[in-house]
Design a protein around this ligand. Structure first.
Ligand SMILES: CC(=O)/C=C/C=C(C)/C=C/C1=C(C)CCCC1(C)C
Ligand SMILES: CC(/C=C/C=O)=C\C=C\C=O
Ligand code: FE2
Length: 541
């Protein structure tokens, strides 16, 4: 593994120019800063709950395996691996829920905790794994720890207004410049195409998980907020910057290796009074798709530091729902259509359909045009309503956006939602299919009754079927697909998730992506914080 590599994570806010979430409050995560050596166990051993032994002891999985290549009987012969590979899986999510006397209210408030699992494979000799976790030291986190309370505005928390006149002027400046907003990067963690990795504009050393600096843009685009899921490839970094003053979005691109974002184009909102919340978006090979849903930034809330009905957002159904398609090379909006009402935090993928009825197809985790999912993710509800069937229904929503100038787009349900228990979010795909026609999506689904997604599910969008992994009481994080080296089939690889189990244990679970059967689990000796999203850094020989 390249030791010079740095990771970077992006928060929902633009960078300043200058317990185990086992859904149980009983099991706070240990905050060890040391690596913990973990025995990778094969699935059978893990099911027998073999205890983790001394830290110096490592054990090869019983079955011959070469991570990240699949080690199932079916694939064992195909697997080829270099003599030694260390590959990293980095997970990021909210892991710290209390600071001083203050207990956070919402899942999206928690200060980011990174979890790392490093796989080391040897040809013929099995694989080993080590794990570690560490708090990301964002400015929001450092200030909160220093003052014993949150200082910056978090997802559902506004700090009390200052008492002195001078401090009030300071507060106002902070609100207008965005400096009063959190930089807590508790969502995506990304390796930049040039080998750097980003976790919400905070630079992370993947070996030690130490926060080593800030990722600073050299442009003057500024912006208070940004999409938490930039799309990063080997060559570029694409993201959206909402314009709250003149409602719209800037679509921006940064070349790999550069710190300067350049504007590709601008999309005006059609539904005002402000842009829709854009946690994520989708791209095709030629286009960037800009969604506009009725959950809109509340400018009043952002400027007054008071909470809106949905914290920083208003639900404005009368404002309509729209999808805009921008050409990446010209910056021109080639389609802007009204669509049925939708509510989506995560987009899955998009692709172009050519021919007489040319269109862009866009898939997302769609909550039936209902923002109730935001309230479902209040921590008290997650802790107290376990086993109650209160997780709102969700589906794979498939938009069809015609490219012939028609004013309307379609939204349909891509497969029977019963296939995934009527719950689905936290989706990933084989990254080689980004922006292209694809067949498989991996998501967290539901085994009812539940108040939170509690399965891992492989969705086949062609056969319109899903296959799920579930263990009673366990909460898995987003399933992350890693292709086998040299794979050609879309689902030839493994799916890895970080799981918190009912008894307070945590483990990384490795599934064969083809069969969706368990290959192995890497057990931590303590519960793990809930991880929203992951990233994979392939090893070098
Ligand atoms: C983790 C996740 O899904 C969402 C996290 C969202 C956050 C932290 C949102 C933060 C905010 C905005 C999107 C708008 C401006 C206010 C603020 C609360 C910082
Ligand atoms: C946990 C979540 C969003 C996380 C953001 O990164 C959404 C869960 C939706 C449940 O169905
Ligand atoms: Fe996300």
């Amino acid at each position: 593994m390249a030791t010079s590599l740095t990771l970077i994570a992006t928060p929902c806010t633009a960078p300043r120019s200058s317990s185990s979430f086992a859904l149980s409050p009983r099991l706070p995560p240990r905050r060890s800063r040391d690596d913990i050596l973990i025995d990778p166990r094969n699935a059978a051993a893990a099911r027998r709950r073999v205890p983790v032994r001394g830290a110096e002891e490592t054990a090869a999985p019983r079955r011959r395996s070469c991570l990240p290549g699949p080690a199932s009987a079916k694939n064992a012969e195909k697997a080829t691996c270099p003599s030694t590979v260390t590959s990293l899986l980095g997970w990021n999510g909210p892991g710290m829920w209390d600071v001083g006397e203050h207990a956070f209210h919402h899942l999206f408030d928690g200060y980011a905790t990174l979890v790392r699992v490093s796989f080391r494979g040897r040809s013929g000799g099995g694989a080993r794994a080590t794990g570690a976790h560490r708090q990301i030291e964002s400015e929001a986190y450092r200030a909160a720890v220093a003052r014993g309370r949150p200082v910056l505005r978090e997802f559902s928390h506004c700090p009390a207004p200052a008492k002195s006149l001078l401090d009030r002027v300071g507060d106002l400046v902070g609100l207008v410049t965005g400096a009063a907003l959190t930089d807590n990067p508790n969502s995506a963690v990304l390796p930049l195409g040039d080998g750097r990795t980003t976790k919400s504009s905070v630079l992370i050393d993947p070996d030690t998980l130490e926060t080593v600096g800030r990722f600073r843009y050299t442009d003057r685009l500024g912006g208070m907020v940004q999409s938490a899921h930039p799309i990063v490839t080997d060559t570029e970094f694409l993201t959206l910057l909402p314009d709250l003053v003149r409602p719209g979005h800037l679509v921006v691109r940064m070349e790999a290796g550069s710190n300067e974002r350049k504007v590709i184009g601008r999309v005006d909102c059609r539904g005002g009074p402000s842009p829709g919340w854009l946690h994520s978006f989708a791209v095709t090979e030629k286009y960037v798709v800009v969604p506009e849903m009725p959950l809109r930034y509340s400018s009043a809330s952002l400027l007054t530091s008071e909470l809106a009905p949905f914290y920083a957002f208003d639900w404005v159904p009368a404002s309509g729902s729209y999808m805009h398609v921008m050409c990446k090379s010209t910056g021109k909006t080639v389609a802007s259509v009204e669509v049925p009402p939708f509510m989506a935090i995560h987009f899955i993928n998009a692709y172009e359909e050519e021919g007489d009825e040319a269109a862009v197809v866009v898939d997302c985790c769609e909550h039936y045009g209902n923002p109730a999912i935001i309230e479902t993710l209040v921590l008290n509800r997650l802790r107290s309503l376990r086993g109650k069937d209160v997780l709102p229904n969700a589906r794979v929503g498939r938009f069809r956006i015609p490219l012939d100038g028609s004013p309307f787009g379609e939204l349909e349900t891509a497969l029977d939602p019963e296939e995934h228990g009527r719950g689905m979010d936290m989706c990933s795909i084989n990254p080689a299919r980004l922006g292209r026609k694809y067949r498989y999506a991996y998501a967290c689904g539901a085994r009812r009754p539940c108040n939170f997604p509690n399965t891992l599910t492989k969705i086949d969008l062609v056969e319109k079927k899903a296959k799920s992994w579930h263990e009673e009481g366990s909460v898995p994080s987003e399933p992350f697909f890693v292709a086998r080296t040299g794979a050609t089939d879309e689902d030839d690889g493994v799916v890895i998730s970080v799981v918190s189990s009912d008894d307070g244990e945590g483990y990384a679970l490795v599934l064969d992506a083809t069969t969706f059967e368990e290959i192995s689990r890497v057990r931590f000796p303590y519960g793990l914080p809930y991880g929203f999203h992951g990233c994979w850094i392939p090893g070098t020989e």
